[in-house]
Design a protein around this ligand. Sequence first.
Ligand code: NAD
Length: 267
Amino acid sequence: MIKAVVCGAAGRMGGRIIALMKEAGDFELAGAVERPDHPAVGKDAGEVAGVGKAGVPIGADLARAAAAGQVGFDFTAPEAALRNIEKAAQAGLAMVVGTTGMKPEALDRARELAQRIPLLVAPNMSVGVNVMYTLLAQAAARLGDEYDVEICEIHHHFKADAPSGTAAKMAQVVAGALERDLGQVGVYGRHGIVGERQPKEIGVHALRGGDIAGEHTAIFAGMGERIEITHRAHSRDNFARGALRAARWLVGRPAGLYDMADVLGLK
Ligand code: NAD
């Protein structure tokens, strides 16, 4: 049994991770953490997740919960995620971090902390999305500069950050395959008289609405044809299942920074 601590236990992803851990049978919920002012603090984590009593009350500090676990999950918010990685590094707890929107400085600090613990950071834990990154790199490299690349994503109206971490990664993958600097060629939305599209632009566009779990499309538009590569998440469960798969893979690894491509053997 893998003993796991879930940060963001009362959140949408945290709840599904707790539920699917129970279904999987090879995980034991060793701790659950929320922000101190969350009304779920003190309540049973299983009941909050809607899967019956787990016998684990939701706490307010990972530093206290970490000792009981072999691996932690973090699906919280960017600042909280970095604090949780710091606490995990102090406690020697392996961490699977799915939180998106972390700033580059925060990711640099996470890389330093990964010298002390096995740390897996993946803005998208879906197996399908990670395979899609490989397809995008192949398509971009083969199609080359004659095809305009635009990336669109759509998510539920609760999502706080834009573009999604996945769309940002897709743009990076395409830029890398085309040997472009995304800082120079990335165009995030368009409005007003923006003029003709520049040939090497990589457009990234975010749509929001309803309860959409997440869809990403890369359009490679040439003269007379286009290719669209789309991934559609049907529910949050594919991310939660990917997070469990990542945790199984991560426990017992040496300290270091990993991502889903390591888990899936895509490197
Ligand atoms: P959510 O708002 O439903 O849940 C986040 C939870 O974290 C909330 O309950 C909040 O109270 C809690 N939280 C905030 N600060 C905390 C702290 N310091 N300690 C413990 N808990 C804290 O959001 P969500 O939809 O579950 O998404 C959470 C994050 O995961 C977002 O960044 C989202 O973009 C990301 N996400 C990633 C993937 C992936 O595959 N990597 C998939 C879905 C969502």
